[in-house]
Design a binder for this molecule. Structure first.
Ligand SMILES: [Zn+2]
Length: 382
């Protein structure tokens, strides 16, 4: 189902790839960004708007959807596509990341994790069998295996155990029944440990999945460590299968990861920071609430083709934000999601034209990194 159309050529060629992934609900051109729809909605957007923004695939969240509305209702409603009115491809995560980050009182056992719901404290259990059954009922086009995501800076022993368990659970997931045409992706763990990252990727590839994700990134490690984790795993992943870096990242990080051979991305940043009154532009993040936008007649971003930028001034969106009007959050979300998708359009065109390396260099140089990234870089002595 994955066709590798082209690899980066041209001067200073990177490991960037141009591909095409066929799913039950449509074709995805890669590299691609996938907007996150945790609760069965990409926050503040409806499916018609997602189409207009040219979203090719969105994410759903196993953990959240299984707690609420629950799989009985999901099954009765005929799966997530029908429930939320989105007929394009959907990828679901396995719930592992949320169990390890959100849920209270976990107990990792041989066949899964016992935990308490973060909503009402009720006791629950998620193992490979349960995770794949939930995703079968949701009916996602791409289902992720259940993995163990250890915290950043976990000792080597814990990383080793997480890798072993992740591989064991991945093999178990493969045996579970699937929704029609559903693809299964494995998730490589291993933290920032080179040998464990390599080993985990290789052992998953031996199991033969439809695609491979690099998980356990963006969990508190520095940007440099995150890139290294991807670099350790990537050479072990087969060229003819899609690669997905989970939970990443900022616009320049996406370009850096494309350059390292990654095809698929998801991140809550564009929708989350929109709700804090922040817009992504190609020059960096823009705080719409700042006083310098008070009488600015220009759009959020010059040259952007989104509805918010075509129609409204910064002054107006800033006014809405200060008046606590929902529309400001919706317009900022529309812009941010479109900004990410348009960036990936440009990435694909530049790979095709053999000009990706140049594009990446110029983009990264022209982007003002966030404070967090700057601090990380200082710490790393860059
Ligand atoms: Zn825009």
């Amino acid at each position: 189902m994955f066709t590798l159309l082209q690899t980066d050529t041209g001067p200073n060629a990177t490991r960037a790839r141009r591909g095409r992934l066929q799913t039950t609900h449509g074709t995805i051109e890669t590299p691609i960004f996938m907007p996150v729809g945790t609760q069965g909605t990409v926050k503040a957007l409806d499916p018609r708007e997602l189409r207009e923004l040219e979203a090719q695939i969105i994410l759903g969240n196993t953990y959240h959807l299984s707690l609420r509305p629950g799989m009985e209702i999901m099954e009765r409603m005929g799966g997530l596509h029908r429930f939320m009115g989105w007929d394009g491809p959907i990828l679901t995560d396995s719930g592992g990341f949320q169990v390890f980050s959100l849920a209270k009182i976990r107990k990792i056992q041989e066949h899964g994790v016992a935990f308490q719901s973060h909503i009402d404290g009720s006791p629950l259990f998620l193992g490979p069998k349960e995770a794949m059954e939930i995703q079968r009922i949701i009916g996602s086009d791409i289902a992720m295996v259940l993995d163990e995501c250890p915290p950043h800076a976990a000792p080597e022993k814990q990383l080793r155990e997480a890798v072993d368990r992740t591989v064991r659970w991945a093999a178990e997931c493969l045996k579970q029944p699937r929704a029609e045409g559903q693809l299964y992706f494995g998730i490589a763990q291993g933290g920032t440990h080179k040998a464990l990252r390599e080993e985990c990727a290789q052992r998953l590839v031996d199991l033969n999945f439809d695609g491979y994700a690099i998980g356990g990134v963006s969990v508190g490690e520095t940007e440099a460590e995150m890139y290294e984790a991807v670099e350790y795993a990537e050479p072990h992943l087969p060229a003819d299968k899609p690669r997905y870096a989970m939970g990443l990242g900022t616009p320049p990080q996406l370009l850096e990861l494309v350059a390292r051979g990654v095809d698929m991305f998801d991140c809550v940043l564009p929708t989350r920071i929109a709700r804090n009154g922040t817009a992504f532009t190609r020059q960096g993040a823009l705080t719409i609430k700042a006083s310098y936008n008070k009488d600015n007649e220009g759009p959020i971003e010059e040259g952007c083709d989104c509805y918010a930028c075509r129609k409204f001034s910064r002054a107006y969106i800033r006014h809405l934000f200060h008046a606590q009007e929902i529309l400001s959050l919706r317009l900022l979300t529309i812009h941010n999601v479109r900004m990410y998708l348009r960036l990936m359009n440009d990435v694909r065109s530049h790979i095709e034209a053999g000009t990706f390396a140049e594009f990446r260099k110029e983009f990264v140089a022209g982007y003002v990194p966030s404070e967090k990234v700057r601090e990380d870089r200082e710490k790393a002595g860059e």
